[in-house]
Write a protein of this length. Structure first.
Length: 362
């Protein structure tokens, strides 16, 4: 998959920007705050109809304007025209001029993997951050995943509401609670299987990729779930055992909404023992492993975005990473310092210098 041509209208600090990209490496460089990340953010938005940096769509619209448009020619065997329009009324996604009624049918047609400085949260912050990232990634590979997740969350909400109602009324029917619990288990087991398989697949390669970057062997992702190795029956018992606590707290304490992952090295958990750089390398290894996994499942590479890749990494690690990128993989890198990239690699890349919302191709 490849973005050949991108046009931005009133997106962030760009009034009107047109860029033609290289099918391999694209290096977007310039000083802080000139609009480098905004370009890769636009690519991500076009793919997923939302940003990786903000939950407020209106932030994407250039200040003082009412609407933004992202338009691109995307090649996947043949070239298609993709377009995303964002304004007060919401968003509209089009392929070759045809608008999609449901965004969920449009999302994931452009497959993109992004590394951004925010992803360091993946190791440092709470499990909910890691679950969110897992959800985005797995849903890119499986259309059904988001549907199961939505169903699970709906039943979870109903169950929590019912637990609260029982606590207040005392005599409500437990049969209804059993139905909700069974539904929760059904959807939960589906999500669990998706997550378990996804992590199993990542673990086949992540150790090797991490050691190529960092020289440290043995990185492994551990999936932590209350559904681990449980059958439908034993889960019913788990929920029974937890019932008193659930009623007391008015919420469901067991389920895949508490799942987590950790990054383990032979010397311990990266969260507790890893340096900033080691953590960053592990997340980059995770993303590069995903790229390989997407390729093996879809038959073609996704697009790779590495936003602000170089900060906190030493030159050697940076070149270890860059050397690993396959020539068929279209990559976008943003950086303030292009001299970090070896000359031989620079010669094979297209460089874009950004100066205050304008581009200077070299
Ligand atoms: N909605 C908006 N309208 C106009 N300008 C905006 C909007 N949102 C962000 N900007 C501007 O975009 C610029 C930031 O762009 P961006 O995050 O792409 O910078 P960057 O080049 O990646 O910087 P850094 O090197 O610090 O990461 C800021 O100058 C900011 O004021
Ligand atoms: Mg930036």
């Amino acid at each position: 998959m490849e973005i050949q041509h991108l046009e931005l209208l009133n997106f962030r600090n760009y009034e009107h920007l047109i860029i033609d990209f290289n099918s391999k490496m694209n290096i977007i460089y310039g000083d802080n705050g000139v609009g480098k990340s905004n370009i890769v953010e636009a690519i991500y938005c076009l793919a997923l109809t939302k940003s990786f940096r903000t939950t407020e769509d209106k932030n994407l619209i250039r200040q003082g304007e009412k609407e933004t448009r992202i338009v691109a020619k995307v090649k996947e065997r043949v070239v298609h025209n993709y377009e995303l329009v964002l304004n007060d009324e919401g968003k509209k996604a089009l392929i070759n001029g045809n608008a999609y009624k449901r965004l969920s049918d449009y999302i994931s047609k452009i497959q993109v993997i992004v590394f951004s400085p925010d992803d360091l949260k993946m190791i440092k912050e709470s499990p909910s951050v890691r679950r969110k990232l897992l959800n985005v990634d797995i849903s890119l590979l499986n259309n059904n995943y988001l549907k199961y997740l939505a169903s699970y969350n709906k039943v979870l909400k109903q169950r929590n509401a019912y637990l609260k109602a029982v606590a207040v009324n005392g005599n409500s029917s437990m049969d209804y609670l059993d139905i909700l619990t069974n539904n929760l288990i059904d959807y939960g087991l589906k999500i669990y299987e998706y997550r378990k398989n996804f992590i199993k697949e990542l673990n086949k390669k992540i150790g090797e990729i991490y050691s190529k970057i960092s020289g440290i062997e043995g990185l492994n992702i551990k999936y932590i779930s209350s559904y681990s190795d449980e059958s439908q029956e034993s889960l019913v018992n788990l929920y029974k055992k937890s019932l008193e606590r659930d009623l007391f707290l008015g919420k469901t304490n067991i389920g895949i909404h508490h799942d987590d992952i950790t990054f383990l090295l032979p010397f311990g958990d990266l969260k507790d023992y890893g340096s900033e750089g080691q953590q960053k390398n592990a997340i980059i290894a995770y993303k590069l492993t995903e790229v390989e996994l997407f390729k093996s499942i879809n038959g073609s590479y996704p697009i790779l975005i590495l936003d602000d890749l170089f900060s906190e990494l030493d030159k050697k690690k940076i070149n270890n990473i860059l050397n690993m990128l396959d020539k068929d993989l279209q990559t976008f890198i943003t950086t303030t310092n292009v001299t970090f990239v070896k000359k031989s690699l620079r010669n094979n890349s297209k460089l874009y210098k950004i100066v205050d919302g304008k581009i200077e191709e070299e």
